[in-house]
Design a protein around this ligand. Structure first.
Ligand code: LLP
Length: 435
């Protein structure tokens, strides 16, 4: 459920017409709905209430500061994977104790900062990283609460670029290695290995895959407990799906039904739980608002050329991802009831929706049936709130889009559009390099 709806034939975000936003902010612009963000957070909180997890919003999915502030105000913590994301979470007012910090490449500097701040759950991804973490914690003489990321070797059934829980990927350690590392750290004075972290991929549309991964983790926890290691934290990661097409993703209750029976006994033993959702919360809370530059008809094909393409939304080109899209002010009778490839509406024209970049991979949709699109029309690309702006680029010297957050009847510019001057600012002053 989200708050992007057609009212009187024109697409609105909550109480504000997208056409009004385009007139005021220009295009391309990402538009977020505050009510949708809140709704998704509350739905997850309700579904997982029996284990009362700390919901750590995955900053990488939608890192805009105003969005993070809103998420923090709902009581969420955050999942961060770099000093830059950590800075954003702190700037949004999140307490370090409510942060989970993952990533295979944390440096000495990053770990020093994380441990000094007292990050709530530092997720360690390798034996080599654990060695460094232990050294840094000892240097600082500061205790660090650590969770070891376990790679359960479970295929999440998603795109190969976003599968993270199989042996072939760079993430986490095997259960056997985990046992060895818990033994190694048994008496360390500062590095406290007391949790496990799982994240098998994104999106995981088969809730049963979580159960499979949990079976591996629970067997490991049993073996660890037999050896006298207490597991205090279980970070279940992210990966919950979102409806790119209406009805495509499992509901929070369906995910909870697969996960809760496995973990409730741990809850009764006092284990604390973390979830790291990004896409579930943000994807359908945002769309990308574009303007058609022109429609080109050539060699039997129709190309709808928009003012942004893969530079603003990389997902179709990078993952073959489907994003529903529709004109903001469609002709009468052409208002879709479902977001899907075949809307059942007539008449439509099959077209490739492309951006202005000089690359054939610069597309948002291929062979898509849409109402006839004309120069100047506004096009809304749905489900773009997660991994949209955060993966956008300046390729072809395109300035990054603006971002607008709508709350009820109020629209706020939460990131100004980059200017051409911004694009060259870092290259205006050159300096000789001294060693
Ligand atoms: N936790 C960890 C450790 C992660 O690596 C990720 C995502 C998440 C949580 C959040 O996953 P989510 O709940 O959003 O599915 N760019 C890709 C998605 C990459 C996800 C990377 N890690 C896409 O556009 O589909």
């Amino acid at each position: 459920m989200d708050h992007f709806q057609f009212k009187d034939g024109s697409l609105h975000c909550e109480g504000v017409a997208l056409a009004t936003i385009a007139a005021a902010a220009g295009t391309p612009t990402f538009v977020y709905s505050a009510a949708t963000l809140r709704h998704h957070i509350r739905a997850l909180q309700a579904a997982f209430a029996p284990i009362d997890p700390l919901i750590c919003f995955s900053v990488k999915s939608c890192p805009n500061l105003s969005v993070l502030r809103l998420v923090a105000a709902e009581g969420c913590g955050m999942d961060v994977v770099s000093p830059g994301e950590l800075q954003r979470a702190l700037a949004a007012g999140v307490a370090p104790s409510k942060l989970a910090y993952a990533g295979v490449g944390k440096t000495h500097t990053a770990l020093t900062e994380a441990i000094s701040l007292g990050v709530g759950c530092l997720n360690v991804e390798s034996a080599e990283e654990l060695e460094l973490v232990a050294r840094v914690a000892a240097e600082l003489r500061q205790p660090a609460s650590l969770a070891l990321r376990v790679n359960p070797d479970v295929d999440a059934g998603t795109h190969r670029h976003t599968t993270t829980g199989t042996k072939a990927t760079k993430f986490g350690v095997s259960p056997a290695r985990a046992e060895e590392l818990f033994e190694r750290m048994r008496d360390h004075s500062f590095a406290r290995l007391e949790g496990l972290h799982l994240h098998i991929g994104s999106p995981v549309l088969d809730a049963g895959r979580y159960a499979q991964a949990l079976d591996v983790a629970l067997a490991l926890i049993d073996r660890l407990q037999q050896r006298g290691h207490a597991i205090r934290t279980l970070d279940l990661g992210g990966g919950f799906g979102a409806d790119y097409e209406t009805g495509q993703a499992p509901t929070p209750d369906a995910y909870a039904a697969a996960i809760l029976p496995k973990v409730l006994p741990l809850k009764q033993r006092g284990v604390r739980f973390l979830l790291e959702p990004g896409r579930f919360i943000a994807a359908n809370a945002g769309l990308l608002l574009l303007r058609v530059i022109r429609t080109k008809r050539e060699s039997g094909k129709t190309f709808v050329i928009c003012d942004a393409g893969m530079n603003a939304l990389l997902r179709p080109s990078h993952y073959d991802a489907f994003h529903f899209m529709w004109p903001v002010q469609p002709p009468a009778g052409l208002v879709p009831t479902h977001r899907t490839t075949d809307t059942g509406l007539q008449p439509l024209e099959t077209c490739d929706v492309v951006g202005p970049l000089c690359e054939t991979g610069d597309y948002l949709a291929l062979e898509r049936a849409l109402p006839t699109m004309r120069e100047g029309d506004l096009l809304a690309v749905f489900t773009a709130g997660a991994y949209g702006m955060s993966m956008s680029s300046r390729y072809n010297a395109q300035p990054l889009p603006a971002e607008v957050l709508v709350d009820g009847g109020t629209a706020t510019l939460v990131r100004r559009r980059e200017t051409l001057t911004d694009l060259i600012a870092h290259e205006m002053h050159t300096a000789p390099l001294s060693a």
